[in-house]
Design a protein around this ligand. Structure first.
Ligand code: PGA
Length: 248
């Protein structure tokens, strides 16, 4: 399966000039490679300018709303993202769930809106604390609720990013063995929801403290097709190193 490396810049950098500089540095450092898709998800305000600098990488958004237009102050829609050249959108990131109180019903609405408009959806799932909760149940519950009533014809554009919250921005990472088990488990849920063909074709990514040093260890795990990178995507050298791990 083709690999995919996604940069989630979150609320960074502080100016559009810096964002364009960062995108240029990444573009200079990565070679064209048919084996790997690269996606950059800057803050939505920067999408137009960053998008213009991208040649090898594709453009993504970090969030969207579930309606396409109307009286929804401050929101952005799938059509708006696509009109700037965006092809991907991250939905259900744990920071959206925690700080903006997004519920699974909200996330389901966003997933549906994005898919019906034609975006690729990167749906983030993951437990808060492996020791304190039934983490398999948490992931299953999120997936079943977030993917509720998605017509099968749209399911080809779904990507699942397993991002355990305890690993995000902490320097802690999941072990290859635990990641292998989780990827199997996620595929099993996809099988129940969408059937065999979709379950086998869906990309499952890992995210949480990915760096150029540890990227290869996740990409070697059977069933894992890529990475969602936060902090390390703000350092061009680091991010280019991660992309190179996937291109090997
Ligand atoms: P991190 O973030 O790489 O900084 O841990 C990952 C994410 O939140 O997508």
């Amino acid at each position: 399966m083709k690999k995919i490396i996604i940069a989630n810049w979150k609320l960074n950098p502080s100016t559009v000039q810096k964002a364009v500089g960062l995108a240029r540095a990444v573009e200079r450092g990565v070679k064209k490679n048919r084996k790997v898709d690269i996606v950059i998800a800057p803050p939505s305000l920067y999408m137009r300018d960053v998008g213009k600098t991208l040649r090898r990488a594709r453009l993504g958004a970090q969030n969207l709303f579930w309606e396409d237009s109307g009286a929804f102050t401050g929101e952005i829609s799938a059509s708006m993202i696509m009109s700037l050249g965006g092809e991907y959108v991250i939905v259900g990131h744990s920071e959206r769930r925690a700080y903006f109180h997004e519920t699974d019903a909200d996330i389901n609405g966003k997933v549906r809106h994005a898919l019906t408009k034609g975006l690729h959806v990167v749906l983030c799932v993951g437990e808060r604390d492996r020791g304190k909760e039934n983490f398999l149940q948490v992931v299953k519950h999120q997936m079943l609720a977030d993917l509720k009533k998605i017509p099968q014809r749209y399911s080809k554009k779904i990507i699942i990013a397993y991002e355990p919250i305890w690993a995000i921005g902490t320097g802690n990472v999941v072990s290859p063995h635990d990641l292998y088990e989780m990827a199997l488990y996620i595929r099993r849920i996809l099988l129940d929801v969408f059937g065999k063909r979709v379950a086998h074709a869906t990309k499952i990514l890992y995210g949480g403290s990915v760096s150029s040093k540890n990227a290869a260890s996740f990409l070697e795990v059977d069933g894992v097709s890529g990475l969602l990178v936060g902090g390390a995507s703000l350092d061009p050298k680091e991010f280019i190193g991660i992309v190179k791990s996937a291109q090997k």
